[in-house]
Design a protein around this ligand. Structure first.
Ligand code: GTP
Length: 215
């Protein structure tokens, strides 16, 4: 496990369909700015931003990826080594919500993740500021999809109004911390097992010595 007593660097990758607001989320979080006419990202871009949680400072290295299909080969090499993956859709775009499954699989595949439940995915439904009549995905649908896919952290945000943007990145780090503490516990169990087997080997050796002494 990484030490959290000093500044911890976490690689965060934001995935989702083109136009859901990934760049705007990153810019709102890092610079507190919003661009009404944000251009499509080509490949990837990254920015760093510190966040403090429970007295510890985490430097988030945030990778904003190009959501358009034609940029797939440009973005996928950057998934490896990610600590957190933010799966993003827009609440006024049902297709972007349906594509979350595709994004989850693409990440797991190119980040070379062995077990799905070890990936710190969180789900973000952006553009929560849109009028109700333009909504195509409800918070309940988001929660149901997350439950069905074993994802425990999800949140609706608006990069435009700044609603829940800080909270989303904080939630991402907290989720990572939870997984890290679980990994720590299982490491302890593995270490215990190793220790026990070491003792058994020693016992067996002394037993054999004992038996040869008997002869
Ligand atoms: N209403 C509203 N519009 C938003 C919000 N976030 C982003 N937008 C708009 O959505 C459009 C696309 O935003 P981007 O941040 O460029 O989307 P993206 O996901 O990075 O797109 P790609 O780079 O193509 O993958 C822009 O016109 C933004 O102004 C939001 O929270 N609310």
């Amino acid at each position: 496990m990484r030490s959290t007593t000093k500044n911890t660097l976490l690689k965060v990758v934001i995935l989702g369909d083109g136009g859901v607001g990934k760049s705007c989320l990153m810019n709102r979080f890092v610079s507190n700015q919003f661009d009404e006419h944000s251009f499509h990202t080509i490949g990837v871009e990254f920015l760093n931003k510190d966040i403090e949680i429970d007295g510890e400072t985490y430097t988030l290295q945030i990778w904003d990826t190009a959501g358009q299909e034609r940029f797939k080969t440009l973005r996928t090499p950057f998934y490896r080594g990610s600590d957190i993956c933010i799966l993003t859709y827009a609440v006024d775009d049902k297709t972007s919500f349906k594509n979350l499954d595709m994004w989850r699989k693409e990440f797991a595949n190119y980040a070379d993740v062995k077990e799905n439940n070890q990936v710190p995915f969180i789900v973000v439904g952006n553009k929560s500021d849109v009028p109700t009549e333009e909504r195509e995905v409800s918070p309940l649908e988001m929660e149901t999809w997350c439950n069905d896919n074993g994802i425990t952290s999800c949140i609706e945000t608006s990069a435009k109004s700044a609603s829940n943007v800080q909270e989303a990145f904080k939630m991402a780090v907290q989720h990572w911390l939870k997984l890290e503490s679980r990994a720590d516990k299982s490491e302890t169990v593995i270490n215990d097992t190793v220790d026990l087997s070491k003792k058994q080997t020693e016992n067996r050796t002394s037993c054999c010595i004992g038996s040869s002494d008997d002869k």
